[in-house]
Structures are given as structure tokens and as C-alpha cells.
Write a new protein. Structure first.
Lengths: 114, 113
């Protein structure tokens, strides 16, 4: 059983398109995150949700819109894709409102914008 | 705001060499500290963590790290590396106040057989 699963794993698309990445966790955690890893491997937090409520939004363009239908799911929708959006997007989850900080990561979704 | 600095961007070692990766953080309050590993093409996995207690923590695969509060450091060590340790290593800090983990820029470790 995969604890944190993301789909799709690979996504290749043209500039200007809209795409979504889905994430689900079966760990019973109440906090979920989206992280972006660029080509230099730098890992930056984008969003965090706790029990379906947005608690962290780290200066991300409003073309990125997260949605959490329930605490086990956190999806990421990206409008009007740009070349600079090419990256690996990691979903993660943690317990106890994120206060312990230990993160469980999904396998990543590699987005390539042409 | 919390920040994490990893001193080594790329480390190249031969098998059986000893490893130490530096990590310093900046935050005035109580923190939890982590090292994560990312093997080629894979997701991040927890190597070890420090919450409280003994400042020397042991993780998986023979890794250990020492929390030195006075130096705001949490360096990762392994006495004898293996080729399979080739990976990206990330130090991270989280705090109750921030409600999130902040990652260092990562260190690429290449172990030559």
C-alpha cells in the first residue's frame, strides 16, 4: 500500500495549457503539502492544508490553485502553464497539524512544459 | 523566519570513506530537525530526526546526526559510505510556530565504487 500517492507521475504539456495533479494519503494525517523541486533539486514549500483549510501559501502565483476536498486528498491545479513551471511536484503529509514536522512524501509528479 | 544552510553542495567520496555533511539552521525557538534522503529518481525518505533528548540520534542505514544547540547545527555522519548511499541529502527544520518544514538546498553525495 502506497502511503502517499500522486497521479500522474509524468506530465508533458504545452505552454498555456491547464493541468491538475492529484494526491491522496492513507496515513490518517490531517495536514498535507505541495512542494516544488526545481532542476537544481531545491525543494520549496508551496501550500499546506490542515483539515481542508489552507494554512500556508508561500508566494505562489495565483495560476496555482490547491483544493482539498477532504483531509486525505490535496489536488493541485495549474492554469496557463509556463516554461518555468517545469519541475517535480511532491505531495507530502504529516500528523498532528504539522507540529512534529515529520513529512511523508509521495513519489513526485514530473511536469514538463514545452 | 527559519532557514537552513547546507555547506556542501556536492560531495564525492570513495567507498568506505567517512562522511560528514554540514547543516546549520537559523531560528530562535524550539525546533525539530530532520535529514531526508532522495535516491536517484525517487521521493524523499526520512533518514533520521531529532525532537528532544539525546542530541546524538541514529537513523537508518548506519547514519547518525548530532544536534549541537550552541552551534545551531545538525550534521549528518556515516563512518563508512557505500556506493548505494549515492543520493541527494536534505536537512530540514520545523517548528511549532511556523507549522511547516524548511529545507536546505541539498547536498549531492556521489560514492565511487
Amino acid at each position: 500500500d502506497t502511503a502517499v500517492s500522486q497521479t500522474p507521475k509524468y506530465l508533458v504539456t504545452q505552454m498555456g495549457n491547464d493541468k491538475s495533479i492529484k494526491c491522496e494519503q492513507n496515513l490518517g494525517h490531517d495536514t498535507m503539502y505541495w512542494y516544488k523541486q526545481d532542476s537544481k533539486k531545491f525543494l520549496k514549500i508551496m501550500f499546506s492544508y490542515n483539515n481542508k483549510e489552507l494554512i500556508i501559501n508561500e508566494t505562489v502565483p495565483n495560476r496555482f490553485s490547491p483544493k482539498s476536498p477532504d483531509k486525505a486528498h490535496l489536488n493541485l491545479h495549474i492554469n496557463s502553464l509556463e516554461l518555468g513551471d517545469s519541475a517535480v511536484y511532491f505531495c507530502a503529509s504529516s500528523a498532528s497539524g504539522g507540529h512534529t514536522g515529520e513529512l511523508f512524501f509521495g513519489e513526485g509528479s514530473r511536469l514538463t512544459v514545452l | 523566519a527559519q532557514s537552513v544552510s547546507q555547506h556542501n553542495h556536492h560531495v564525492i567520496l570513495s567507498e568506505a570513506a567517512s562522511l560528514e555533511l554540514g547543516c546549520n539552521y537559523s531560528y530562535g525557538g524550539t525546533v525539530n530537525l530532520f535529514w531526508y534522503v532522495q535516491y536517484p529518481g525517487q521521493h524523499l525518505q526520512l533518514l533520521l530526526k531529532y525532537f528532544s533528548g539525546d542530541p546524538l540520534v541514529k537513523g537508518i542505514k548506519g547514519f547518525e546526526a548530532e544536534f549541537i544547540k550552541s552551534k545551531f547545527s545538525f550534521n549528518l555522519r556515516k563512518p563508512s559510505v557505500q556506493w548505494s548511499d549515492t543520493a541527494e541529502y536534505f536537512c530540514a527544520v520545523s517548528s511549532t510556530n511556523a507549522g511547516k518544514s524548511t529545507f536546505g538546498d541539498g547536498t549531492t553525495l556521489t560514492v565511487k565504487p
